[in-house]
Ligand binder design. Structure first.
Ligand SMILES: Cc1ncc(COP(=O)(O)O)c(C=O)c1O
Length: 454
């Protein structure tokens, strides 16, 4: 059959509320044109993030009822630990309340002034935790990853040549080599198995631990299966094991590919490092058999990990984004291609060439999507990255708008609606205006800045 269906039926529904365009104009004005300031009840389709927004399955809800809330020695921890170990193979598995807690623990040990940490692209919390320790976060993404129109299959790859030179020049101050799969900040683009192995080889040649930020490991494995030579006949768990077999540890936000609303972990092979991490965990998160989580959360993660590697799910998941990208592309709306694993990215700078980057074309598109169709998205461009540490402002590399797809939440009709709203905007896109920022905090301004239309 050609039609790829949602591989589930709906047992419990959550109504979503339509507002009028006039109401949305008022709500935008009230929120200072910052979509983070909107109430979720005023949003029809919420594509702000794919993090913690998944719909859990009947199996996960049932597993939650088995959650054992004992402080220590809970069987729920054993289920969690077993599920993580079966897929990823690490010796030490340390639960945390979400991904950034795993990063904070890791870099409280490995970070520090004078250190430099390479990655394909650091996600902003990873960068934040590295920088908070006094170390420097360095991005070494391949050139294709920076070109939204390039159709290469693995645009999340690390630039191996750059990594080689970086290690040759900096080995003494590198505490570990990282790799983010898929590359969230670079459009949800995947990393090939060959690239993972090549990066691991370089890290190990210099005697450095290789740590994977594995938030979207299953989506990455699906891309490997579909796109990499010789991988088509392998199962997703087999590919996942292979991806992680060459790593010395991982950080994980279970809010993505463990299909839960909260949770994460830090996994390590090194006994000494793991002992230090557990010490830190006890101070900041909780006892090592629960981290910052309830027993029921651990059960939901264990069950989620068995569901996220199902091929029917991954096929539907990735196809949704491809479908939207294909249709937007046909309408002449510039999008990052090929489609990423967890989101569709509109290239706002290319779509609205009349709005200069410092008037935030991404914000203009995000505001229009809400005003016209009640769709909430996220600007990933000059608003997010433009402010420099010295207080100056410069255009980000790209001005994108991310339409992040919550897992198992929306259907084909929602996808069609999203396309229709974009089509409606494109009819008068040349009339959209940029924004100025009228109020901003000293850091992470995209969350709370207030804007005024120009
Ligand atoms: C690649 C990546 N790493 C780390 C994180 C942080 O995870 P959390 O939000 O659970 O703290 C995220 C969250 O979006 C992410 O996308």
């Amino acid at each position: 059959m050609k039609t790829i269906i949602e591989p589930f039926r709906i047992k419990s529904v959550e109504p979503i509320r339509t507002t009028t365009r006039k109401e949305r104009r008022e709500l935008l004005k009230k929120s200072g044109y910052n979509l983070f300031a909107l109430k979720s009840q005023d949003v029809l389709i919420d594509l702000l993030t794919d993090s913690g927004t998944a719909a859990m399955s009947a199996g996960q809800w049932a597993a939650m009822m088995r959650g054992d809330e004992s402080y220590a020695g809970s069987p729920s921890f054993e289920h969690f630990e077993q599920a993580v170990r079966d897929l990823f193979g690490f010796r030490h598995i340390i639960p945390t309340h979400q991904g950034r807690a795993a990063e904070a623990i890791l870099f409280s040990i490995l970070g520090g002034k004078g250190k430099r940490v390479p990655n394909n692209t650091h996600f902003d919390t990873t960068r934040g935790n590295i920088e908070a320790s006094g170390a420097e976060a360095v991005d070494l993404l391949c050139a294709e990853g920076l070109n939204p129109a390039d159709l290469s299959p693995f645009k999340g790859n690390m630039d191996i040549g750059k990594l080689e030179s970086f290690m040759a020049a900096n080995a003494g101050c590198v505490p570990c080599v990282m790799m983010t799969i898929t590359n969230n900040a670079g459009g949800g683009q995947p990393v090939s198995l060959a690239n993972i192995k090549a990066v691991a080889e370089i890290a190990h040649r210099y005697n450095k631990p290789f740590i994977i930020d594995g938030c979207r490991f299953a989506e990455n494995a699906w891309f490997i299966k579909c796109r990499e030579d010789g991988q088509g006949g392998r199962s997703i768990p087999e590919i996942v094991r292979d991806m992680f077999a060459c790593a010395d540890g991982m950080t994980m936000s279970a809010k993505k590919d463990a299909l839960v609303n909260i949770g994460g972990w830090l996994a390590l092979n090194d006994d000494k490092l793991a002992a230090q991490a557990r010490m830190r965990l006890i101070m900041t998160e909780g006892f090592p058999s629960y981290g910052g989580l309830a027993g029921r959360d651990l059960e939901a993660i264990a069950q989620g990990l068995s569901e996220v590697v199902e091929e029917d799910y991954l096929r539907y998941r990735v196809r949704t984004n491809e479908y939207i990208v294909e249709r937007l592309d046909k309408l002449g709306i510039p999008v990052v291609k090929p489609a990423g694993g967890h989101a569709v990215f509109i290239d706002a700078r290319a779509w609205l060439p009349h709005i200069p980057p410092l008037q935030y074309p991404g914000q203009a598109v995000a505001v229009a999507l809400y005003e016209v169709g009640g769709i909430r998205t996220c600007e990933i461009g000059t608003v997010m990255f433009g402010r420099q540490p010295d207080g100056t402002e410069k255009p980000a590399q790209l001005d994108l708008v991310r339409l992040a797809m919550p897992r198992r939440v929306y259907t084909q009709a929602h996808a069609d609606y999203i396309v229709e709203v974009c089509e409606e905007i494109s009819k008068t896109s040349n009339e959209l205006r940029g924004f100025s920022i009228v109020e901003e905090p000293p850091a992470l301004r995209h969350f709370t800045a207030r804007f005024a239309p120009l």
